[in-house]
Design a protein around this ligand. Structure first.
Ligand code: SF4
Length: 257
């Protein structure tokens, strides 16, 4: 149920839009027909076409995201993307927790983007990490250069240095959304693998749209923004699907020590 929160709210938003459009057509079309008789019909055709387009985009997005349909098109999701503000507003009205809404959007966006990158493999991949993954008592400054990590193994940053070398991808630690945007602008990737909390991932995905982002949520065993953790294995398996490497299994062993 939680994973489909965005889909349900987007569907509800389309239902409301459709009802509103039909109501508008019902009152405007007869007036247009008085001016020039075919105008009323043309207006109705436009409204029906637009409503059907929204519903078809919605149904295809659900099928592409949650089933193994062999066919894949990005356009339906691109259309549904513009319903994010309406779905968010409806969620607020209906008392849906913001975190739950963001999580469900990240989930559907990840599913769609995984299909996109399987269809067309990106050449430039950026790995973006949050500062809170670094051990809070680590004295080394890794925000400008992750290579400053001394590899003590106290936090996951040491593993990300290895991952960065192994896959030969730029890897940056961002202290916030502004820095993350600056890094994206500077590195100009074709795809981003990002680790963050729900709020930062959600806003990042919206910000860089339509660039594909695969977002991985961090774990917060000590509360937000402090000594957070992430499933490194998940990042490796995402990168493995994008950057094929003959020694992948060997590399995985070395990263996991
Ligand atoms: S692994 Fe690197 S970043 Fe983490 S505590 Fe050790 S030196 Fe600091």
């Amino acid at each position: 149920m939680k994973k489909q929160t965005f889909a349900m709210l987007a569907g509800l938003a389309i239902l409301i839009y459709t009802a509103a459009l039909i109501a508008i057509a019902g009152s405007v079309a007869p007036r247009l027909a008085l001016v020039f008789s075919p105008l009323g019909k043309i207006f109705w055709i436009f409204i029906i076409f637009f409503s059907v387009y929204l519903w078809v985009s919605f149904i295809l997005t659900i099928l592409f995201a949650y089933t193994n349909l062999p066919l894949f098109l990005y356009l339906p999701f691109k259309t549904i993307f513009y319903l994010v503000p309406s779905a968010m507003l409806l969620g607020k009205i209906l008392g849906v927790k913001r975190e739950s809404f963001e999580k469900s959007y990240i989930d559907i966006s990840n599913r769609i983007n995984k299909k996109r990158i399987a269809k067309q493999k990106p050449k430039k991949v950026l790995l973006l990490l949050p500062h809170c993954l670094q051990a809070a008592d680590c004295p080394w400054k890794i925000t400008f250069d992750i290579e400053n990590c001394k590899g003590c193994g106290k936090c996951s940053i040491a593993k990300f240095v290895e991952i960065s070398h192994r896959y030969n991808i730029p890897t940056f630690v961002a202290t916030g959304g502004t820095i993350a945007r600056r890094i994206v602008k500077k590195t100009r990737p074709e795809m981003i693998v990002a680790v963050a909390c729900e709020r930062d991932l959600f806003s990042g995905i919206i910000d860089v749209h339509p660039m594909p982002i695969i977002g991985v949520l961090n774990r917060r065993p000590f509360g937000p923004c402090y000594n957070t953790e992430v499933d490194v294995e998940e990042i490796i398996s995402i990168l493995d699907t994008v950057i094929p490497h003959p020694d992948n299994d060997k590399g995985r062993e070395s990263i996991h020590g």
